[in-house]
Design a binder for this molecule. Structure first.
Ligand SMILES: [Zn+2]
Length: 356
């Protein structure tokens, strides 16, 4: 029953922060349900309309609208148990109950919140789930690897990515980007797999702090600038953050254990790509936030993403089982970097646009 107690604690936390009263209440007519219905519609409306849409995200009131909170919590509920199962397979076991709860923390890392006598509550930023899903969808639609011709041109992809990053940086975990059309077939399967594994890596990183005993003597750090005001998190120091990344990678690689050689060749690059994409997005979001003067909650709690990427790539190189395991991650990094000038241009235009 302790996980249920953690869930109650999570709902109380949401309520105290005026995020939502009941996680399980049926979602009302949701704000942010606007979507592109076809791929040709993406970024095809007039320049001024597109700019206005980016501006609108920034002038929304700060109050958190939990339109998609319930759906996101279902995702976390489905993903979290497998992480602890994989951890057990990797030799890390714990009797401490863990609940991953969606929360507008504003950071692309999870936040560990020990609840004395109950277990560990892991807060996952609602915006992380949105950004990861959007970036994967855009990438899969734009790269020719998954079907030719691609569904998006580079220019469409840059604007769609600008919408997603704009929503992450300014949406307070409440306002998302206009949603993209649904993918089908191989593309849909890839996005779903990589989104699942990327999110699990974030959960596994937080579980690793617990499993490796990092939380026992961890310091407390309060950040006053999250979308819901001051929040507490544990601060364990950079060496332990790198250790948590390494443990999380080992845990996630266990998800490939039952695969035959040919499946392993297909899936290992996706897993590695998903894990590193989380850190690539972190890096891009931090860089843009810095350029735009946006405050990033809990900045400095974790090592800079560039350092985490370097350390993790070195570690992964010694752990993977197939020769091309890191190739997809390299493609993803290049693709993201190539889109960045276009994204930056849009975000700067918003800065110069009349607001409110
Ligand atoms: Zn950490």
């Amino acid at each position: 029953m302790t996980v249920e107690e953690l869930r109650d604690r999570h709902v109380r936390l949401l309520r105290d922060r005026r995020v939502v009263d009941h996680l399980d209440a049926p979602a009302g007519p949701a704000a942010g349900t606007e979507r592109y219905h076809t791929w040709t519609q993406v970024a095809a409306d007039p320049h001024g309309d597109r700019l206005a849409r980016l501006v609108e995200v920034r002038v929304r009131p700060a109050a958190y609208h939990p339109a998609r909170l319930r759906e996101q919590q279902h995702t976390l509920d489905a993903l979290q148990p497998e992480v602890l199962h994989l951890a057990r397979l990797a030799g890390w076991d714990t009797t401490t109950p863990v609940l991953a709860g969606v929360f507008p923390t504003g950071t692309l890392d999870g936040l560990s919140v020990p609840v004395p006598g109950r277990g560990l509550l892991v807060l996952v930023n609602s915006s992380l789930l949105d950004l990861l899903g959007a970036a994967l969808t855009i990438m899969t639609a734009a790269l020719p690897n998954y079907g030719s011709p691609p569904l998006l041109t580079p220019e469409q992809a840059s604007f769609a990515l600008a919408e997603a990053l704009n929503a992450h940086l300014y949406g307070n975990g409440a306002v998302g980007a206009r949603r993209l059309p649904r993918l089908s077939g191989q593309r849909a399967a890839l996005v779903s797999l990589m989104a699942r594994r990327g999110t699990q890596f974030v959960l596994a990183h937080e579980a690793a702090h617990l499993l490796a005993g990092h939380l026992v003597n961890a310091g407390r750090r309060t950040d006053p600038d999250t979308p819901v005001g001051a929040l507490d998190a544990r601060s364990v120091g950079w060496p332990r953050e790198h250790e948590a990344d390494r443990i999380a990678a080992v845990i996630m690689l266990r998800s490939l254990d039952d695969l035959g050689p040919r499946e392993l060749e297909a899936y290992e690059p996706c897993l590695v790509g998903a894990v590193l994409l989380v850190l690539f997005l972190h890096e891009v979001a931090d860089r843009l936030a810095d350029e735009l003067g946006v405050v990033v909650p809990f900045a400095g709690n974790h090592p800079p993403p560039v350092r985490r990427i370097q350390t993790l790539v070195e570690h992964l190189a010694g752990q993977v089982r197939t020769p091309r395991a890191l190739d997809l991650a390299a493609d993803v990094a290049t693709w993201l970097e190539d889109r960045l000038d276009g994204v930056r241009e849009w975000l700067r235009l918003v800065d110069g646009a009349p607001q409110g």
